[in-house]
Write a protein that binds this ligand. Structure first.
Ligand code: HEC
Ligand code: HEC
Ligand code: HEC
Length: 133
């Protein structure tokens, strides 16, 4: 009896020791007011979009952060190399523009359109995301 208790304690301690680094490694979503960027070296034609994680807690992290970047970062920027880094193309998986306005269900605009009735605060007009200066 006593022995199995000691064994369970050891097992529990080991499990905890293994699990702790996993928790420590999970990054937190950045604070609200994050200003998005265009790929390095490119020039934005519209006002840059501000993104607030606290307005998107209903979505799972992986709905948006759905692919690791080349360095294995799970929460990489959308425009990371090998992701949506093609600034010129308006369509296709690597298109920067399509990532946010395309028809894939996880693009900003697709989701907002789908939720328009239930969530009227999800903007679909250009200048609600790209505020006029
Ligand atoms: C739901 C939010 C949202 C809406 C609505 C939206 N966009 Fe965007 N758009 C983005 C995001 C996010 C980016 C990428 C980050 C950035 O450029 O700030 C982007 C980038 C762009 C870009 C490429 C970057 C640049 O500045 O040249 C263009 C062009 C653009 N949008 C045009 C439009 C137009 C035109 C409309 C209306 C038809 C529109 N967007 C509506 C979120 C939105
Ligand atoms: C609705 C979409 C969405 C959801 C859900 C979401 N994020 Fe994000 N996250 C973004 C966008 C957009 C950016 C800005 C990326 C960019 O500028 O390209 C970002 C940026 C980040 C960054 C900073 C990346 C960098 O290198 O600058 C981290 C870390 C992050 N998110 C973590 C999380 C975590 C953790 C969760 C879940 C709790 C989460 N995100 C949920 C869209 C989302
Ligand atoms: C999975 C669905 C989903 C995706 C993907 C999504 N959104 Fe939203 N977004 C919402 C919902 C729902 C709301 C309304 C939240 C509320 O009612 O408080 C919202 C609200 C917003 C708002 C208004 C609130 C605020 O923060 O000022 C902005 C701006 C916005 N989203 C930008 C974006 C951008 C930019 C992206 C893509 C990078 C994006 N969203 C992707 C669902 C989504």
């Amino acid at each position: 009896m006593k022995r199995s208790l000691v064994m369970s304690l050891i097992v529990a301690a080991l499990a905890l020791a293994l699990a702790l680094p996993l928790y420590a490694a999970a990054p937190k979503a950045p604070a609200d007011g994050l200003t998005m960027k265009v790929p390095d070296g490119k020039k934005a034609t519209k006002a840059l979009v501000k993104f607030n994680h606290t307005k998107h807690v209903e979505a799972k992290c992986a709905d948006c952060h759905h692919k690791k970047d080349a360095k294995g970062n799970e929460f990489a920027r959308c425009d990371s190399k090998g992701c949506h880094d093609n600034f010129e193309a308006k369509q296709g998986k690597d298109s920067f523009y399509a990532a946010f306005h395309g028809t894939a269900p996880k693009s900003c605009l697709s989701c907002h359109k789908a939720k328009k009735e239930a969530k009227p605060n999800a903007p679909t007009a250009c200048d609600k995301c790209h505020p006029k200066a």
